[in-house]
Design a protein around this ligand. Structure first.
Ligand SMILES: C[S@@+](CC[C@H](N)C(=O)[O-])C[C@H]1O[C@@H](n2cnc3c(N)ncnc32)[C@H](O)[C@@H]1O
Length: 219
């Protein structure tokens, strides 16, 4: 089974993100504005609440945020007491912004510039048994790439797979793909563990969601 590719967009290019984070750094320096929280703050809260409810996950679990942007999810996790936090993003400006915000809040979070499509290098750069691998909006952005999006989605899925072990969890929140599409795209390498419920709406007798959050384990 396959899914229909999305229409490409500038959100699928590095140039877009570099320019966007360069602007956000200026806003942060001038006005203290941390910048965009993708899919709103509630999507952070839902993931963090879900993690806090899993008694078997301790606060020293390693958590890697793939495509961390300004790092605000990691900031929230650090405030909740999680200690082993790594944020990676291919935009050096995103990492500069995230590092500055964490420093200003006196929080200990590691950040690295990493291109998640460079699957071979990622295991060295990120690790190979990350307890919780998190993605909000990054697989979505990669899916919008103007050239070879399918190849890029597959490279990303391999990267995520390679940094996990059999106990690791992968939590993905997407607004571009439905639950069924995500399950289809990840089916070769991942199994669904559960869904983190997100708000739903009803239209024409059908129930839909604006965002989807799925927890996967490795096959
Ligand atoms: C929609 S933003 C989401 C940012 C953050 N996860 C959040 O929820 O606020 C997508 C992020 O993915 C990053 N990104 C896109 N492609 C990437 C790649 N190949 N490697 C690493 N990061 C990437 C972008 O730089 C951007 O920060």
């Amino acid at each position: 089974m396959s899914v229909e590719e999305l229409n490409c967009s500038e959100l699928g290019t590095k140039d877009y993100w570099d320019k966007s984070y360069a602007r956000e750094i200026k806003n942060y320096k001038n006005f203290g504005d941390v910048g965009e929280i993708w899919f709103d703050e509630d999507s952070h809260i839902r993931v963090i609440n879900w993690l806090l409810q899993q008694d078997y996950i301790s606060n020293d679990v390693t958590i890697a945020d793939m495509g961390c942007g300004n790092g605000m999810l990691l900031i929230e996790l650090a405030r909740e007491g999680y200690k082993n936090l790594l944020g990676v993003d291919y935009s050096p400006k995103a990492i500069e912004l995230a590092e500055q915000i964490a420093k200003d809040q006196d929080l200990n979070i590691s950040y690295k510039v990493v291109d998640l499509l460079n699957t071979e290098l990622c295991q060295q750069q990120i690790g190979k048994s990350i307890g919780i691998v998190h993605d909000k909006g990054t697989y979505d952005a990669i899916s919008l790439c103007p050239d070879n999006p399918k190849e890029k989605r597959d490279a990303y899925i391999s990267t995520v797979y390679n940094v996990m072990d059999e106990k690791s969890l992968f939590i993905i929140t997407s607004c571009n793909w439905t639950e069924d599409e995500l399950l289809t795209s990840f089916a070769n390498k991942f199994c669904k563990k559960c869904i983190i419920p997100t708000p739903t709406f009803k239209f024409g007798g059908k129930v839909g969601s604006v965002v989807t959050s799925i927890v996967f384990t490795k096959k």
